[in-house]
Design a protein around this ligand. Structure first.
Ligand SMILES: Nc1ncnc2c1ncn2[C@@H]1O[C@H](COP(=O)(O)OP(=O)(O)OP(=O)(O)O)[C@@H](O)[C@H]1O
Ligand SMILES: [Mg+2]
Length: 239
């Protein structure tokens, strides 16, 4: 593998007596799209939250661009280019759509105007342009997902961590979300995606890992995993 941009090394995370991650290790090379699949409760959200230092690590290490991330807050990591679109979207509900977009614009390097930065967003999601003054928390689930992805379009990260972006969305919106992820991939953004929509996720993955009870139990190319439904059923059937 070329130099990894993100390395997770023997990571352990516990919620009190519950050991949610047990020596979890994986690596993502720059430019790769890597998918982590796993049944409910396998530890996928915990993994992404631990990578962003939203959860403390009991043991192990995370390295971003070769540097340990220990001690850095999630917002500092986001500024450095490690951005998470969390389960539940991670937008600020009490702010308007425009204000949420402005926060992403404020983090964007360079000196484009807000209007310029928003052009590619409105092209893809015209709905957001119509709803600029609406409170983000009052938008539908699909609209909130558009807004969450719009922030990453305005300020593209080096590594995008995405937790279940298709959860609760209509089939049309799911296709739209995957099309946005493909566009990020084509633009060279490294993606670590957690999805229960296994078929579609593996379809865009260079590589995939199976997480089970907090540990990685299988790894392969997206296409080889797609070609082995029995293996996926075995690992995803139960936690
Ligand atoms: N705040 C918490 N307190 C206690 N236990 C938790 C907490 N959050 C998660 N867990 C437990 O940790 C384990 C991993 O949960 P996690 O949310 O990471 O799973 P997941 O793979 O994202 O599942 P899903 O597919 O349902 O989103 C589960 O057993 C869960 O019950
Ligand atoms: Mg989850």
């Amino acid at each position: 593998m070329p130099e990894p941009i993100l390395e997770i090394d023997a990571l352990e995370v516990s919620y009190g007596p519950i050991r949610a991650l047990r020596g979890c290790s994986l690596a993502v090379a720059a430019g790769e799209t890597v998918v982590v699949v796993g049944a409910n409760g396998a530890g996928k959200t915990t993994l992404l939250r631990a990578i962003s230092n939203v959860l403390p690590h009991a043991a192990g290490e995370v390295r971003f661009a070769g540097q340990p991330t220990r001690g850095q807050r999630a917002d500092q990591l986001a500024r450095a280019g490690l951005l998470q679109v969390p389960e539940g979207r991670g937008i600020i509900a009490r702010l308007s759509v425009a204000e949420n977009l402005q926060l992403a614009w404020a983090m964007r390097p360079g000196n484009s105007t807000f209007a310029q930065a928003c052009l590619p967003v409105f092209e893809r999601f015209p709905r957001l342009q119509e709803r600029l003054n609406q409170r983000a928390g009052s938008m539908s689930g699909g609209e909130q997902q558009m807004l969450a992805l719009a922030r990453a379009i305005i300020c593209p990260p080096r590594v995008l961590l995405v937790d279940e972006p298709s959860l609760g969305l209509s089939p049309v919106m799911v296709s739209e979300v995957f099309s946005v992820l493909r566009a990020f991939r084509a633009a060279g953004v490294t993606i670590l995606l957690v999805e229960q929509n296994v078929r579609q996720a593996l379809g865009i993955a260079d590589r995939a890992y199976v997480l089970r009870q907090g540990s990685i139990v299988a790894e392969g190319s997206g296409s080889s995993m797609l070609a082995d439904p029995a293996m996926l059923r075995y690992y995803l059937g139960s936690t």
